[in-house]
Design a protein around this ligand. Structure first.
Ligand code: ADP
Length: 567
């Protein structure tokens, strides 16, 4: 039954942590003392970033220009100061950039542990050792040990291998079992995924026990790791691990791991009593892995405050709203950030041309032209280029986009789509590319490099989601000086302040109800500002680039939560 992976023999390879080069802040150039510019809204928008800007004296006539910058002052290395007690945290989740990523969860699993290290945390990330992890990482993994683990109701046991990789101060432990993790894509279908993630949740805990690494906090992510708190309180009570507190973060409530009770009971090996309506049972005959985790975990978090409120009502609650209301005393919202090492327009080597806040206005034009060239679009600086980078699913509001596409497309507008998913959206975007040759480009694929280039080359990014727990694309867009056009839901509402034409403040264009007409109106408002008042548009571009979207704030909130839980 149980296969041993051949790589297990690769013992004691030296793992060299590849510390990424620390990058200069995008605003470094603006720190030159010689600059004499008025403090613009772009500068006042973020008090933290404002600290970086030296005193400013004379009024300025137009947005920051590269010519104004004469010299850069090298940054002094700042020693890390830990102000809060140390905590150890095990992150357990199903994907993590750069090993395997299908969406925002992968970004968070990579960036949050890194940010937590700066908050004086000791972090281990536990992931499945999928076959699709690029060879370059598989080769660097070190075999740490293996054992047999009982899993199923009939006592069937499985091999658990632990492969370790240390990178940027974070320890990644991969749970190795060829029987469960052979397919190319981490998620296939529920018939395979249910056993896979029952196994993974239990094996992650068993691996911690095996390594005798007892964390203060076990931080689990989404339904794939939701059985961890259940196993911990039922199958690991007699182990040292039982002292750990658990946090379960909901990155997307739509996915819950629901299947019939006999199947989940068999594969999880959990006792009958957890299949009651207050824990795993849902409806008449199904079990819900996420619901069970929500019951047994100490704290539930989700990735924005607005979403934390929304999921407690029936429209967004995906049938768990009553359960979440019942557990609302342990539910918090903490918004995601973005990793400034990966998402840094000044150092991003995937871009055609690098830029920062001081030269974004010219360099963005160049990125736009090169993007148009690469994608076979008409090369024209004056066109308003709208990007859309997304999984092509109902969640992302693509039916709204489809229904107004003909009205969006005028002779001044281009649309660049990057994504894959439901065939009806893939096909409709392919059709629009054909219908608007030279002005619409539909990249039906997953491509990191292309994503970076679209963030840098587009003028605006569309995120009209039906629901959006946090959303990262609008954050990345802002950080790259691309104006988001979003629906006011979940994290989109918490992170994009609507543009106010009277005060000339805000970060993007927003609409509230899920309505195609309102989306069109938001796009038209964006176009009006772009074509009729470019000065204000450019200021918003700089204001967005200056906004603090890093993980620092959020990591601090997670650290406070860890401390609260372990006092
Ligand atoms: P979700 O997690 O719901 O898919 P998010 O906005 O939270 O949405 O995160 C999406 C992440 O995946 C972003 O980093 C985005 O750049 C990336 N992404 C989405 N689709 C693609 C694609 N087709 N190619 C490259 N990156 C993509």
């Amino acid at each position: 039954m149980t296969k041993r992976k051949t790589t297990n023999t690769k013992k004691n390879k030296t793992v060299k942590p590849t510390q990424k080069e620390k990058t200069l802040s995008t605003a470094v150039n603006a720190e030159s003392e010689d600059q004499s510019v008025e403090e613009s809204p772009a500068k006042t928008a973020s008090t933290e970033n404002a600290q970086k800007t030296k005193a400013v004296k004379e009024p300025r006539k137009e947005p920051l220009k590269a010519e104004a910058v004469e010299e850069t002052i090298p940054e002094e290395p700042v020693p890390e100061v830990y102000t809060t007690p140390r905590r150890s945290v095990a992150f357990i989740g199903s994907e993590c950039y750069p090993f395997v990523k299908t969406g925002g969860l992968g970004d968070v699993m990579y960036a949050l542990p890194k940010a937590l290290i700066k908050q004086n945390c000791d972090v281990k990330v536990i992931l499945p050792c999928y076959k699709c992890i690029p060879q370059e990482y598989q080769e660097k993994m070190v075999y740490k040990g293996s054992f047999q683990m009982d899993l199923c109701a009939d006592g069937r046991s499985f091999y658990v291998g632990i492969m370790e990789y240390v990178w940027d101060g974070v320890v990644y432990d991969f749970i190795d079992n060829e029987e469960f993790f052979t397919t190319g894509n981490p998620y296939t279908n529920l018939i395979d995924d249910i056993p896979k993630y029952c196994y993974f949740s239990k094996a992650a805990l068993a691996a911690l026990n095996y390594m005798d690494w007892i964390p203060d906090i076990i931080h689990c992510h989404d339904w794939q790791a939701a059985l961890v708190p259940v196993y911990l309180r039922i199958k690991f009570v007699d182990t040292k691990l039982t002292s750990a507190k658990t946090i379960l973060t909901i990155h997307n409530l739509r996915f819950q791991g629901i299947y019939n009770i006999p199947t989940i009971r068999y594969w999880s090996g959990l006792p009958d009593y957890v299949f009651n309506k207050d824990a795993l049972k849902t409806g008449y005959e199904d079990a819900n892995m996420l619901k069970g985790g929500l019951t047994y975990t100490n704290i539930i978090t989700t990735v924005s405050n607005t979403y934390a409120g929304e999921i407690q009502n029936s429209y967004y609650g995906e049938t768990l709203d009553a359960h979440l209301r019942y557990h609302s005393n342990k539910l918090r919202g903490i918004v995601n950030g973005i990793d400034y090492d990966i998402w840094n327009s000044f150092t991003d080597d995937r871009l055609y041309v690098n830029y920062d806040i001081t030269n974004v206005l010219e360099k963005k034009k160049e990125n736009k032209r090169r993007l148009q060239e690469e994608l076979g679009l008409a090369q024209d600086d004056h066109k308003f280029v709208i990007g859309l980078i997304s999984r092509l699913t109902d969640q992302k509001g693509l039916d709204l986009v489809n229904s107004i596409m003909t009205q969006i497309m005028d002779e001044h507008t281009q649309v660049v789509v990057l994504g894959s998913g439901d065939s009806r959206y893939e096909d409709s975007f392919r059709y629009y590319e054909y219908a608007y040759k030279g002005n619409v480009c539909s990249n039906i694929m997953y491509d990191e490099t292309r994503a970076h280039r679209i963030y840098a080359g587009a003028d605006a990014l569309l995120v009209p989601s039906q629901f959006e727990p946090c959303g990262l694309t609008q954050l990345i867009a802002m950080h790259y000086g691309t104006i988001p056009i979003v629906r006011e839901t979940g994290g989109l509402k918490d992170t994009v302040e609507p543009y106010n034409m009277f005060s000339n403040m805000g970060n993007g264009f927003t609409f509230d109800r899920y309505d195609a007409g309102l989306l069109l109106d938001a796009i038209n408002r964006a176009k009006s500002l772009y074509f009729l008042n470019r000065w204000c548009w450019d200021e918003m571009v700089q204001r967005d680039m200056d906004k603090n979207l890093s993980w620092d704030n959020s990591a601090k909130q997670y650290k406070d939560l860890y401390l609260d839980l372990t006092r």
